[in-house]
Design a binder for this molecule. Structure first.
Ligand SMILES: Cc1cc2nc3c(=O)[nH]c(=O)nc-3n(C[C@H](O)[C@H](O)[C@H](O)COP(=O)(O)OP(=O)(O)OC[C@H]3O[C@@H](n4cnc5c(N)ncnc54)[C@H](O)[C@@H]3O)c2cc1C
Length: 440
């Protein structure tokens, strides 16, 4: 059986790996870029070592990721580290990662602290599926009720606004619930710092290993090729056209963002495709800076300041020290923006200049001379906008076209997109295909 996989990100490589282990299945992965990994791909920093375009950490509940690390024999590459979290509020940087930090946080009254702590504890102690109770509730209404008005104003509201911009008031509480649940589970003891994981070599280590296994199993990976059209015959997939070349397949799996998938099937008429059109995504723009000094002790720094429109500052080397940097540090500064916004298209040097200004507000000692090099990365489809009622629009993996399957971060709701969940999607689509073959 011949399987064509569109997209060489984590989902495409995972499904390619699982299917290529089956006898009689021949997989080919098509990737539009010259490098594999999609949102989790890397670049050569200063033309030298590879570093991720965006920061990636592993959480202890990331079972599909951890199982794949084992299956690929990468256990020795996995490291766990206790990391610090900070909060910049009212012109001051506060530690904000443990219950003790919360008790010391001078901007909350004693009652605010109790409410906030209990709010996290209640979510953390619930079953993973309890999010369903919050699916039709607005996050902006549920959060003040769950954590108190003050905590909402200082902690949650800025997070929602920075992640979803003008959509923040319509986001489902289920999304926030699941995010707090996943991160809460990364801390096993109440007074413990958050323990996060990373691979030596970053996410690229698993990307390379997956690609290597696929090739060893007889699969093919074609880079620098953009799929433009999926062709059918009698409501069954037949061919993919990539850069003018036609390839025949029994099964086609799209792992690319749904708005791009819709371009490949633009003449199909079925409510499935109409439903897909209703979901929107927001883009990300992220500055990656190599600094000669450490910006702060935190891995993750949340920002609650209306003058600073950033989603946070992530000092990646406080998690993964990247020894090849010889003591330099890596700081990521993400900002979520609609891809059609003016800010998204500003020239890189303007963006970097603007962000330097924000960094100086947060750490007045910071100055331009700390920067060894800086890069700006953008992706148009970085985050599904999961508004209230989002569940009704989630597409099924098996499309109404015979032999055509789709994976997308939309299907992860209420979980936020993550490497582990994309691996999970790869597993699910493999199971569906194998089950379908057995029934034939
Ligand atoms: C800023 C940021 C931070 C993140 N941090 C974390 C984190 O800390 N931990 C974590 O677990 N996850 C994190 N993630 C999420 C993680 O990166 C994604 O969930 C995951 O990489 C998605 O993989 P995917 O394969 O589903 O999609 P994608 O990565 O989008 O892959 C799709 C691939 O398809 C290719 N493609 C598109 N169109 C075509 C076409 N027509 N023909 C051929 N190829 C095509 C693209 O080039 C891409 O390679 C983060 C994401 C972002 C944006």
């Amino acid at each position: 059986m011949k399987v064509g996989i569109i997209g060489g990100g984590i989902a495409g490589l995972s499904v390619g790996y699982y299917l290529s282990m089956q006898r009689d299945i021949e997989v080919t992965i098509f990737e539009k870029k010259s490098i594999l990994g999609g949102l989790a791909s890397s670049f050569k920093i200063d033309g030298d070592n590879l570093i991720e375009r965006y920061y990636h950490f592993i959480c202890s509940p990331d079972n599909d990721y951890l199982n794949l690390i084992d299956a690929l024999g990468l256990q020795n590459y996995l490291n766990w580290k206790k990391t610090k979290m900070g909060l910049f509020y009212n012109n001051k940087l506060y530690p904000f990662g443990t219950p003790i930090d919360l008790l010391k946080f001078s901007q909350f009254t004693f009652l605010d602290k109790i409410k906030f702590g209990l709010g996290v504890f209640k979510i953390k102690s619930k079953d993973k599926n309890a999010w369903k109770d919050f699916e039709n509730t607005l996050a902006c209404q549920w959060l003040p009720h769950q954590f108190g008005q003050k905590a909402y104003e200082i902690v949650h509201k800025p997070l929602l606004e920075e992640k979803f911009g003008s959509f923040s008031d319509s986001i489902s509480a289920a999304w926030m619930w699941a995010r707090i649940h996943r991160l809460g589970k990364s801390r096993t003891k109440i007074l413990q710092l958050e323990k996060l994981g990373y691979l030596f070599g970053g996410t690229n280590t698993i990307i390379e290993k997956l690609a290597q296994n696929i090739l060893q199993n007889g699969g093919k990976i074609i880079k620098d090729v953009e799929c433009k059209k999926i062709l059918l015959e009698n409501n069954k997939v037949k061919e993919i056209i990539c850069d003018g070349i036609t390839y025949n397949y029994d099964i086609v799996i799209s792992t690319i963002p749904s708005p791009l998938f819709l371009n490949l099937v633009n003449d199909y008429t079925h409510p499935y495709f109409d439903k897909l059109k209703k979901i929107d995504s927001i883009g990300v723009m992220c500055v990656c800076m190599r600094l000669v000094k450490s910006f702060s002790k935190n891995f993750w720094l949340n920002i609650s300041d209306s003058k600073i429109p950033l989603a946070g500052i992530i000092e990646y080397t406080n998690l993964n020290p990247c020894p090849f940097l010889n003591g330099d540090t890596i700081v990521y500064i993400p900002q979520y923006l609609p891809a059609n916004s003016e800010e998204y298209s500003l020239p890189d040097d303007k963006i970097i200049e603007e962000y330097i200004g924000y960094l100086k507000i947060i750490n007045p000692e910071f100055n331009k001379n700390w920067i060894k090099s800086s890069y700006v990365f953008r992706d148009e489809y970085a985050q599904p906008i999961c508004e209230v009622g989002f569940t009704q629009y989630i597409p099924e993996i098996k499309t109404p076209i015979e032999g055509l399957y789709l994976t997308d971060s939309y299907q992860l709701h209420p979980d936020d997109r993550a490497v582990s969940y994309s691996i999970g999607l790869g597993k699910q689509v493999t199971k569906l295909i194998l089950a379908h073959q057995e029934h034939k």
